[in-house]
Write a protein that binds this ligand. Sequence first.
Ligand code: XMP
Ligand code: MG
Length: 179
Amino acid sequence: MRSVVHIHDLSFAPFISETTIQTRIQELASQLDTDYIGKDPLFLAVLNGAFMFAADLFKHLKCQPELSFVKVSSYVGTKSSGRVDELIGLQTSLKKRHVIVIEDILDTGVTMDKIFTLLESEQPASLSICSMLLKPYSYKGKHQPKYIGFEIEDQFVVGYGLDYKEHGRELPAVYQLIR
Ligand code: XMP
Ligand code: MG
């Protein structure tokens, strides 16, 4: 694992190693296999951050999973309510499907609440959350995530898909901000 990395104006120290991540992913995959085998599960990975986690998780899944990548976008609509959220990239119907949302990190939970609202309207048979990281002290989301890689303190992290101003996603391990 590389030692300190510098991204833009900040420095980051090693936090969760590549080996630790990969071991945990195998455990998550077997938990998901147990829960979803025979259910034709559909995984929706949220871009951009979840791309690496989704790819590594998928190498181990044996539950014949389907995968789509989605992106949350927010635009100014015509209604007085202001911004409107939409989910881009969804091409399959979710009706009666067992859907698992793959995220890189759950912080306040605002993003996941938006995603849930959009997905629930598609009437899936079930909807659950699989996130590599969770910040339990800031998470106020309405839905408890069932599959979590690691719980971390409220600190800023990069690597393994996560970015600081769009850089650092390529790092195979997770790094924490040095204060
Ligand atoms: P919420 O608060 O909606 O936030 O759960 C989720 C989104 O915020 C970003 N985020 C981070 N990105 N390091 C990052 O690189 C972090 O420590 C961090 N915390 C939150 C991320 O884009 C996530 O989807
Ligand atoms: Mg980001």
